[in-house]
Design a protein around this ligand. Structure first.
Ligand SMILES: *[C@@H]1O[C@H](CO)[C@@H](O)[C@H](O)[C@H]1NC(C)=O
Length: 627
């Protein structure tokens, strides 16, 4: 028997063994997912090569920006309203900042907070400070009082730069600010009076040199801290996450390669520049890759597509809530006549994805998921509706992120008899984690400025004793092909009638049925009943949602156990900087009409919503109303 006979037989035999081990299904999955995985692998390799190169050369963000300036000084760098800043403009402005703060005695390792609205100078200020190695905490401009004070003090800064529009907020907390804190007021107009001891930064900048800083000044290293970016959780005080130069470059290049951005793209971002999404991912495309970015003072739903059209943008950035607001605007000729080739962002819910893409003629959606401080970052770049990313099914070890079994309420991992964590099966929800490898920029967890807060996000002894992973705090589910879908935040999910109710899914459906209104869903306790009953708080100040229609339509999209038992119509809302409603405050008030002045409804046994009066409330508490 020669080879001609033997080889096919051998192949069949080997195949037989493989198939009996992994099953035919594996081959099918491998075949449909390989192109996706290979594309991602190439992007990942390109990323690693670039990151290594910059690491070897020990370059900073401003060093890389400098090479872009040299390449095309007159290219448009930033567009803001009717102002155009070229690469040279941004460079000269940032040089002025560097020279000014150098002469004022600031040096490598010092911390100077920035509280300024979105504008080109925002980027110029931190970029300039970074040229002399100064770290800039980017303060959320929505903060006031104690949380503003906390953000400034937790950063241990020696100075604060604030825009004139924030003068009142600073006066309000001035007596509690550390006495050594130097204040710089950034004025729009000349001769604007500054607050008390504050220096007039705009005037000082005009007399500072626009030339590059003298060579003898100490610079930052590749691994030095560059920015602090505060995570705006829906609970607690903001936490400052550390962004080093290497981390900044890594995030920017990571999104660049996985989304296939081009250096001649024109980006549109209406997001705040003090967050990673707008301030790193989009702005970084111009600093690191030489693209152009259009920034906005404020997001406007009706202005989004007209802007995109006007500025000839090719890539636009969103967060999910924005898409919902945009979808709620009346039709506009700019809706589908723009030059976008891609929108990218975070949180476009599967429940509005198809409508959005169709109405606005979006060729491609790049959805990513990741935390500023985390290392569990993923991307869906192949237009799979609803997915937030994927893990390879055939070569999972390439990118060490996993979904592990966990208590859906507490997020606490469920361990096996050996005390180790367990991987979820396809379609089984669990907590998303990213393996921590110190010293590897893609796997490192730099944590928060506050050490204790950092420890809470780390899980140990994951798959073997002594290993570590970053706990995202989000519940995800993977399908058979490895696509990942967001389920909920841990702690938000609640149980009702023996089922887990995902608040984020219910929120999306309720919002759709209520005409894309803001909505927030949470569980409330009813005496003597197991689990929690769902409450949907809907922002509807003019009370236009028709309850008859609402109850009909909600039945079509949600199973019985997930339909809200209670409705509350909010007349005012308190949004965080990322348009997220503050859940905790509402949850505390339960469904008690004696405490709540908003109109309340409950779902009757027939599935209709009726007014929740004080009498009904008492009956519910005595378990006389059936759910
Ligand atoms: C957008 O492109 C059109 C046609 O190519 C051009 O006439 C227009 O000036 C561009 N607008 C901007 C703001 O660059």
């Amino acid at each position: 028997m020669g080879w001609s006979y033997g080889l096919p037989a051998l192949i069949v035999a080997v195949l037989g063994i493989v198939v009996s081990k992994v099953g035919w299904r594996w081959f099918y999955i491998a075949a449909v997912t390989t192109p996706r995985d290979v594309t991602a692998l190439f992007a990942y390799i390109k990323l690693l090569i670039l990151v290594r190169k910059y690491q070897r050369k020990n370059v900073t963000v401003s060093d890389i920006f400098q090479t872009q300036v040299a390449k095309h000084p007159d290219k448009t760098c930033i567009i803001y309203e009717d102002k155009v800043w070229t690469f040279r403009d941004l460079n000269e402005f940032s040089n002025r900042v560097a020279n000014l703060f150098h002469t004022h005695g600031y040096k490598r390792g010092d911390v100077v907070c920035l509280l300024l609205e979105n504008r080109p100078e925002f980027i110029g200020v931190w970029l300039g400070l970074s040229k002399i190695g100064v770290i800039t905490p980017l303060i959320n401009t929505n903060l006031r009082g104690p949380s503003l004070l906390h953000s400034i003090t937790v950063a241990k800064s020696s100075a604060l730069i604030y825009g004139e529009g924030f003068k009142e907020c600073i006066i309000e907390i001035s007596k509690d600010l550390p006495s050594h804190l130097a204040l710089y007021q950034f004025n729009n107009a000349k001769n604007e009076p500054t607050e008390g001891a504050a220096k007039d930064m705009s005037t000082l900048l005009q007399s500072a040199s626009k030339d590059k800083i003298p060579a003898h000044i100490e610079r930052a290293d590749h691994h030095d801290k560059l920015l602090y970016i505060y995570t705006s959780g829906t609970t607690g005080l903001p936490k400052a996450a550390v962004i080093s130069h290497s981390r900044y470059i890594f995030i920017v290049a990571g999104i660049h390669y996985t989304m296939n951005f081009r250096n001649d793209d024109i980006f549109y971002t209406p997001l705040p520049l003090y967050h990673t999404a707008g301030g790193v991912m989009s702005v970084g495309q111009t600093l690191i890759f030489g693209a152009t970015v259009v920034i906005k003072k404020k997001f406007s739903a009706s202005g989004f597509f007209p802007d995109v059209k006007k500025y000839n943008c090719t890539v636009a950035q969103y967060i999910g809530e924005m898409c919902r607001y945009i979808l709620a605007t009346p039709p506009n000729p700019a809706d589908a006549s723009h030059k976008l080739r891609l929108i990218f962002g975070n949180g476009l819910r599967p429940q509005i994805w198809p409508q959005f893409v169709q109405r606005f003629n979006i060729p491609k959606v790049g959805e990513f998921y990741g935390a500023t401080e985390g290392n569990a970052n993923i991307v869906n770049n192949d237009n799979t509706v609803g997915a937030i990313g994927f893990v390879s099914r055939i070569i999972p070890s390439v990118y060490p992120i996993s979904i592990i079994r966990a208590d859906q309420n507490t997020g606490e991992p469920i361990r096996d008899e050996k005390g180790l964590c367990q991987l979820c099966k396809p379609n089984e929800p669990g907590v998303f984690i990213g393996k921590i490898i110190e010293g590897n920029p893609s796997r490192e967890f730099l944590g928060y400025v506050d050490r204790q807060a950092s420890e809470k996000k780390v899980v140990r002894d994951v798959f073997r004793k002594g290993d570590m992973a970053f706990l995202s705090g989000d519940l995800l589910v993977a399908d058979e092909r490895g696509y990942l879908y967001f389920k909920d935040r841990t702690g938000d999910t609640f149980r009702w009638k023996g089922e887990n109710v995902s608040t984020s899914e219910v929120e999306a459906q309720v919002s759709n049925v209520a005409g894309y209104r803001d909505c927030i869903v949470y569980g409330v306790e009813i005496p003597n009943l197991e689990g929690r009953a769902g409450m949907a708080a809907i922002y509807d100040p003019d009370r236009v949602v028709d309850l008859e229609q609402f109850s009909e339509n909600i039945k079509k999209v949600l199973p019985t156990y997930a339909r809200p038992q209670f409705l509350r119509f909010l007349t005012k809302i308190d949004l965080t900087g990322t348009f997220k409603l503050r859940k905790v405050d509402l949850q505390k008030e339960g469904f008690d009409p004696n405490k709540i002045t908003d109109s309340l409804y409950y779902q009757t046994a027939k599935g209709k919503y009726e007014a929740l009066t004080k009498e009904i409330y008492d009956q519910i508490c005595r378990n006389e109303v059936r759910f």
